[in-house]
Design a protein around this ligand. Sequence first.
Ligand SMILES: *Cc1c(COP(=O)(O)O)cnc(C)c1O
Length: 329
Amino acid sequence: MDRQDNGVSIKLKKSLQFNPQSLLFTATPLIRSKKISQILKINLLIKHDDFFEGPGGGSKYRKLKYILRRAEEQKCNAIITAGGNQSNHLRSTSILAAGLSMQVSAIIHDNEPMEYKGNLKLTSLCATNMSFVKMCDVKKAMDDEVINYIKDGCKPFYIWGGGHCVEGSFAYYEAVKELKDQLGDIVPDYIIHASGTGTTQAGLEIGVRQFYPECRILGISIARKKNKGKEVILESMKELNKALKNPVEIPTDIHFDDQFIGTGYESTFPGLLDTIAMAAKLEGIVLDPTYSGKAFHALTEYVKSGVIKKNSNVVFWHTGGLLNLTTSN
Ligand SMILES: *Cc1c(COP(=O)(O)O)cnc(C)c1O
């Protein structure tokens, strides 16, 4: 089976005509932060995708609402996807797909732990089957699952790890419209968020260029080095732009900062933990050390260093990560 043909090379127009009741969702809250706004001397608004409907919340659900529409359109009934033990993508895919009566094969590129916790626990409850493989064997394991499903008379649908695809970016392009409805007369100067595969950032970048041309997206890398990260985001932007029939001009450079990663994915450092504690104590904003905490920490540092100007309107797009917090040390 050609994976490129499976949900990647698509026309978005079609998905707009499609109206699956089960994949509808409501807007996530936009809440003004009072105390932290005062302390940082900015107007801080939090877009709560950590409250996105579904167990554990988070941005992966928003992407999957669009990705799984594509799977339904193609009458697929089995999902094959990949991620690490604490993958929000695997958890969200397994839960949503089970709700749609689809089978799910979760290919996990980690050692199987003694005890299943957090995301892995939820994935194990909802997925049809899981296999733990080495990173270099992921592709083969996924292809083998495709063959097995076809043998069993099922129609499989392939999702790249992290939900990295044009439907995922389209979800965040649409999310800018959702934000615009909520902001009313307020024009955001900056939108800051945790950036991983770049799918979210690509959607936000295209969205703001269309709806808020003065606004800057500040992508905070949670793992990738600057050059590689930017390259992938610009690629995803081009792909989405093409699907949308060229609404905006693609820039040559974007903001993707790799200075807040620590020593790597899932690593923590004292300043990060202080920021997480501060946001929780002051306002009950719950951040995690793998994703949202790194972006929020960058926000506080950007205000100090002047990258974010005083009195500006800042939207912190909270992408979730609750279960990464509860399984961290
Ligand atoms: C996946 C994820 C991100 C990053 O999203 P990308 O589209 O991969 O860049 C950010 N925060 C959380 C909580 C995530 O699970």
